[in-house]
Write a protein that binds this ligand. Structure first.
Ligand code: ADP
Ligand code: MG
Length: 298
């Protein structure tokens, strides 16, 4: 599958605070990729770097295999902070202004309005919109230039349950239309409901990445340590690996259904690696995330 985004050793420091610590990540075409983490874990900072509004302290990333440039950024639509719309102008007029600024054809406006289900309200003033409608208009605006990737930061923050459900449905619809979506959220259930893949950030560290489907399964997790280079890659190459997390200096390898610790041990041994620590654990990601949240709230 085509790689849309590749992040290598990306780091951002604000003075003494490391907001994003040496993260590595890949997003493939068609994924709905969730960056899950409690408040302050570095999600918005990461998205800011990916959109070139925050300068990385170290590391790099590429979009579609290319270094960031204005040209490449045209393929990315983003709803980052609260977007600025004119309260006394209609949704339609606001989109016309945005289309002009972004130099994209105004013919796209009816399509994006239809997609976010605002066609009927397009001539009403922005200030009369509900929060959910405002968020939908922001998404419409981000889609004006028909980007390949859509980036959303906490897309349901502040919305009522109805608005939340609408936005989640909309995200699924946009994904079904073939767009790759990257979203940041502090809500586990949001990521579970709308994402295909996800990563967990904890105080700027990426501690897990993998498919959402595997995370909800109560699969066997093996805690592994071996004093060799490239253990991460080797573990990923093992056919029984469904996902890998790094915690307390150990790799936590979640296994696919029909695999067990013996299979993993044999695989490592056959590749010349003798593990000095190999312990079977069962711990769902849900539990892990709740523990992280509890810690963050201290
Ligand atoms: N411009 C900034 N200057 C100083 N510290 C910042 C700045 N932006 C973010 N931070 C800090 O970086 C950390 C990560 O923040 P952020 O990326 O906003 O996390 P999240 O989006 O996951 O809530 C926090 O500790 C936050 O206070
Ligand atoms: Mg944030």
């Amino acid at each position: 599958m085509e790689t849309v985004l590749s992040i290598t050793n990306l780091t951002k420091k604000f003075g003494r605070l490391t907001a994003v610590n040496n993260i590595n990540l890949e997003v493939k075409r068609g994924q709905v990729f969730g960056m899950l983490g409690p408040n302050g874990s570095g999600k918005t900072t990461t998205l800011g770097m990916l959109m070139s509004v925050v300068n990385p302290t170290a590391g790099a990333f590429s979009w579609f295999g290319e270094l960031p440039s204005n040209q490449v950024r045209k393929k990315i639509g983003a709803v980052l902070e609260h977007p600025i719309f004119y309260p006394y102008l209609s949704g339609q007029k606001n989109l016309e202004l945005n289309a002009m600024i972004k130099e994209c054809p105004p013919e796209n406006i009816p399509n994006v309005l239809e997609l976010v289900e605002l066609t009927e309200r397009k001539d009403d003033k922005y200030k009369t919109y509900s929060l959910g409608m405002k968020q939908r208009l922001a998404i419409a605006s981000a889609l004006l230039n028909d980007p390949t990737v859509l980036i959303l930061d906490e897309p349901t923050n502040g919305l009522d349950p109805m608005g939340i459900a609408e936005i989640r449905e909309l995200i699924k619809k946009i994904a079904a239309n073939g767009k790759t979506i990257i979203l940041a959220s502090h809500l586990l259930d949001e990521v579970q409901k709308v994402c295909s893949h996800f990563a967990i950030l904890k105080r700027g560290n990426l501690i897990h990445t993998g498919p959402v489907a595997d995370a909800s399964k109560g699969t066997e997790t093996i805690e592994v340590h071996a004093d060799v280079e490239g253990l991460n890659e080797l573990l990923l190459n093992f056919g029984g690996t469904s996902s890998i997390a790094r915690e307390n200096g150990y790799y936590q390898v979640s296994l696919r259904d029909s695999f067990n610790s013996k299979d993993l041990n044999r695989f490592l041994f056959e590749h010349g690696v003798v593990a000095d620590h190999l312990v079977t654990k069962r711990k769902s990601l849900e539990k892990m995330f709740l523990e992280i949240l509890a810690e963050a709230n201290h």
